[in-house]
Structures are given as structure tokens and as C-alpha cells.
Design a protein around this ligand. Structure first.
Ligand code: 4AD
Ligand code: MG
Length: 475
């Protein structure tokens, strides 16, 4: 009962089928005897070519960007297109409506999308029109396809997709990057809507752990919010995080192997063009990017990804810093215990391994309170490390962060106290360790960063429809 979309129409392969097409004029060419219209509707990167004979059938005031409803005959084409929509006063049959072109919405001379060469930065300033840009709409279709692939992947691994809350009273990461929620309406000044402070979630992990204690293998894909001011090409204030939590695992390698399988399943679909995922992207980008993308997908599937400990990572970086020419061109030489800077992460994955790399077992002081502490000196380190991992990828750096969780009540309480954290808001989380506690672990992956990486997109803002960052909430 829905009107046909461009994607439906392109699949019709019987000659002379009456078709009604709805869409927007992408471009047009007029000549004396014939006019050509290219019509798009966003369901695919492809367009439908309409051949109009005589051109007098065209309404006046044809402009690209106008929305149109066109009745014609879907016929085998004479040009390079297999099929085209013929709009002609000659081929009206009794069974089809008369050929016609109706303009539903005209465009003004000020319509900014008439110019097709705007920069991404300019487009971000016109959020109401921006997504009509063919590359950006291709990225949104890609986003939808990747999500579907992930839904299928987790289903095949016997996970339940769950729906943890976005409003929470806990700061999962303890990094103080929370947005506080306040009612904009009539709550008396000194009262709090929830009776206490409440925030937008930075990560749904704590609630996922509760869900995992009931459903074992759980995952979710939700918005997360972080009030971090870093204005970079890989940070957003509102981003989507894919999080998974798995019961009965106690080893970081179980998590890294699983995360690798998950990403490879997406890339496999992409490379084999399932559901046109590959062509969707390839059709809309520069030739130079196409090779880069294909190489990246091939590399990702070519071998098992490396996994090194934080301690090994520090040694590798130090060695390259110290060598005579500092070939890696680092500005900072990290010591054991320092955090890996973005320059180090990008170099490790991008230049040293030239593929994603897992870095495991970071120093305790670098990571959040819930991570399971390794026995001291597991890898000969001086200080404590935790059973965690980051997945670093070329050009972006951190794509995933995850860990085995501390499931022993005494040890977890000790660590929370050692950090001088307020234990009261975490009581519910601690209770979980009191009854039927099990070893478990999980991870969180920045969904936009995955899309950015797989599509070789430079700025994270291009893979989300309405990017939010500090001083940037246009509509
Ligand atoms: O490393 P993070 O902070 O890990 C957690 O929040 C864990 N609680 C997840 C878990 O174990 N369930 O964030 C996970 C990922 C990062 O690796 C990064 O890809 C992404 O979330 N991320 C961001 N993406 C875009 N913009 C931001 N501001 C981001 N902050 C984190
Ligand atoms: Mg992290």
C-alpha cells in the first residue's frame, strides 16, 4: 500500500510497466525534442532516469531539489541505463494513467542545496537540508545496514538485545563528564524532579551488568552523553555506544576474541556486498577513497589482529621514541603508568601494526573502579594492572574499551573506598555481588567511530545525522 520507492522501481524488470514515481529532481537536461530528469528519493544512491517526450509535458519552473510525482512507463532503456521511465504522450495505454509530471514542492532561488559542492563544514550549518547531500545520506544508509548486521550477529551468538535506561543516578566511568538533568517546568526551585540528582548516562554498563546477571549474554545500542569539551574529529557530546556484557567469563582474551569476531562479521558483510552495503558506500565517494576503503576491509579480514599488553605497548613506543631519528615523530615519551596519548594510539595501530590492535592490562590508576585487578606482577610490572583492553584502530585510535569486572564484593568495596568514591549511590550495584555473583565482563564500542573507520570518513560528525558537541546544538 506504500507508494513505490526508487529502490522498488529499480528492481522491476518487466518492460512497459506503468509506474508512479515520487522523489526529488537531482538534475535535468532539456533539449528541443526530449528532456531528461534524474530523480532520487534517498532509498538508494541510484537515481531513476526519466525521459520526457515532448519536453512540453514538463511543468514550468523545473528546478533541481523540487519534489515531483511522475506517471510513466518503466521501459527497457536505449542508453546506458537498463531501464528508464518514459514519460510520453504517445505511450499511454488504457491500463496506465496518462503520462504526467506534477510538482509537489517547488524550491526558491535561495535553496542552498542547488549548489552541490558545499564543504561538510558549511553543510553542518544547515541541518535541515544537510542530509540531502548524497554522500551523507549514503553514510546514513550505511549506518542502518551496519546496525542490522550487528543485530543479526548478536542474535546468532544467543544474545538478548536489552534496553537499559538513559536517565541514571550513577556515573559509570567516574570521570565527571555527566550532564545533569533538570526539569524545565513547574517543579519548585528547591525540589529535584527525581528527588535526587539525575544524569544522562555516559555508559549503560552498570545496568547491563544487572541484565547480564539475569539473561547472561546481553547487548544494547544506545545514545550516551559526555560533557567533554575536546573538539576533535572523533568526539561527540551525544554518541551511540554498542555495549555487550557476558556472564561466566574471566579472561580478557575471551572478550578480545569476541570483539574481533563481531567487527569481522560486519566487514565480511561489507566486503561481500550483502544487502548492497559495499556498493552503497562505493557509489558515493571519490575514486581515491574507494581503493582506501577496499584495502582497509581486506586488511581487516586478512589475519588475526595483534594483542599486546600495555607494558609491551609502552616499551615499543619508548624504543621508537629513543631511536636516533625518532622516526615515529612522537612529541611525548610515555613512562609506565602514563596514559597512552592519541598520537601513540594512532601510531601503534596505524603505522606499527597497520591494523587494529588490542592493548590489554592497563595500570589500575588509568582505569575505572569496576575492573578486575590482576595479580600483581602478572607481566612483571611494578604496579597493579587490571584485566581490561582497548581496541586501537588506524587513524582513529580507541574504538572499544572493555574489561573483566570485579565480582567479589569485598575487593570491589575496597577499591571504591580506596578511590574515595561515594558508595551510597552504588549500593544496588554492589548488592549484585552478594547473591549468585559470577565472573563476567564486557565492552563498549563507539558506534560512530566504527562507521567512521569502515567508511574512511575523516570527521565523526559526518556519520551521525545531527552531531552535538560543545557550543553546537543547532536544532
Ligand atoms: O572507553 P569507554 O569510556 O568505556 C566505557 O564507557 C565502558 N563502560 C564500556 C563498557 O565496558 N561497557 O567508552 C567506550 C567507547 C570508546 O572506546 C569510544 O569508541 C566511544 O565509546 N566513545 C566515544 N565516541 C564518540 N564520542 C565520545 N565522546 C566518546 N567517548 C567514548
Ligand atoms: Mg576508554
Amino acid at each position: 500500500n506504500l507508494p513505490l520507492c526508487v529502490k522498488d522501481i529499480l528492481q522491476i524488470n518487466t518492460n512497459s510497466t506503468p509506474v508512479q514515481l515520487n522523489g526529488w529532481i537531482d538534475s535535468y537536461r532539456l533539449s528541443k525534442n526530449v528532456a531528461f530528469l534524474d530523480i532520487v528519493d534517498g532509498t538508494t544512491s541510484e537515481s531513476v532516469q526519466c525521459v520526457v517526450r515532448p519536453p512540453s509535458l514538463l511543468p514550468k519552473n523545473i528546478k533541481s531539489g523540487s519534489s515531483v510525482k511522475i506517471d510513466g512507463l518503466w521501459c527497457e532503456g536505449r542508453g546506458k541505463q537498463n531501464f528508464e521511465l518514459q514519460v510520453s504522450d504517445k505511450n499511454n495505454t488504457e491500463s496506465s494513467k496518462p503520462a504526467s509530471i506534477e510538482i509537489m514542492g517547488t524550491v526558491t532561488d535561495l535553496f542552498p542545496m542547488i549548489n552541490k559542492n558545499h564543504t561538510n563544514k558549511f553543510l553542518r550549518g544547515i541541518p535541515e537540508y544537510r542530509l540531502k547531500n548524497p554522500s551523507l545520506s549514503a553514510l546514513l544508509r550505511f549506518r542502518s545496514q551496519v546496525e542490522t548486521t550487528l543485530v543479526n550477529f548478536f542474535d546468532s551468538q544467543n544474545f538478548t538485545k536489552t534496553h537499559p535506561p538513559l536517565i541514571t543516578a550513577s556515573d559509570c566511568e567516574g570521570a565527571g563528564e555527566l550532564f545533569k538533568i533538570e526539569s524545565a517546568s513547574k517543579i519548585p526551585k528547591n525540589e529535584k524532579f527525581f528527588g535526587k540528582d539525575a544524569f544522562l548516562t555516559v555508559s549503560t554498563q552498570l545496568h547491563l551488568e544487572v541484565l547480564s546477571a539475569a539473561l547472561n549474554r546481553v547487548w544494547t545500542l544506545t545514545p550516551c552523553f559526555r560533557a567533554e569539551e575536546s573538539d576533535t574529529n572523533r568526539h561527540l557530546s551525544e554518541f551511540w555506544m554498542l555495549e555487550a556484557e557476558i556472564a561466566f567469563i574471566d579472561d580478557v582474551n575471551q572478550l578480545t576474541n569476541f570483539a574481533e569476531l563481531m567487527i569481522k562479521s560486519v566487514v565480511f558483510n561489507l566486503k561481500n556486498n550483502h544487502n548492497n552495503m559495499g556498493t552503497n558506500l562505493i557509489n558515493t565517494v571519490d575514486k581515491s577513497l574507494v581503493d582506501m576503503m577496499k584495502n582497509r576491509w581486506n586488511m581487516l579480514l586478512s589475519k588475526k589482529w595483534n594483542s599486546i599488553t600495555y607494558t609491551e605497548a609502552i616499551k615499543i613506543i619508548q624504543n621508537h621514541y629513543d631511536n636516533e631519528n625518532n622516526t615515529a615523530k612522537f612529541t611525548i615519551r610515555p613512562n609506565w603508568g602514563d596514559s597512552l596519548q592519541s598520537q601513540h594510539e594512532k601510531w601503534l595501530a596505524g603505522e606499527y601494526f597497520q591494523n587494529p590492535v588490542f592493548v590489554t592490562d592497563y595500570p589500575l590508576a588509568e582505569k575505572a573502579f569496576y575492573m578486575k585487578i590482576n595479580e600483581t606482577g602478572r607481566y612483571g610490572e611494578l604496579n597493579k594492572t587490571v584485566a581490561c583492553f582497548d581496541l586501537l584502530v588506524p587513524e582513529i585510535g580507541e574504538l572499544i574499551g572493555g574489561s573483566v569486572r570485579e565480582y567479589d564484593l569485598t575487593k570491589l568495596t575496597e577499591e571504591i573506598n580506596r578511590r574515595n568514591m561515594d558508595i551510597t549511590p552504588l549500593q544496588w550495584y554492589l548488592n549484585l555481588r552478594e547473591n549468585g555473583s559470577v565472573p563476567h565482563g564486557g565492552f563498549g564500542m563507539g558506534f560512530e567511530r566504527l562507521l567512521q573507520y569502515l567508511s574512511c570518513t575523516n570527521n565523526i560528525r559526518e556519520v551521525i545525522p545531527f552531531p552535538r558537541s560543545a557550543n553546537n546544538c543547532l536544532c
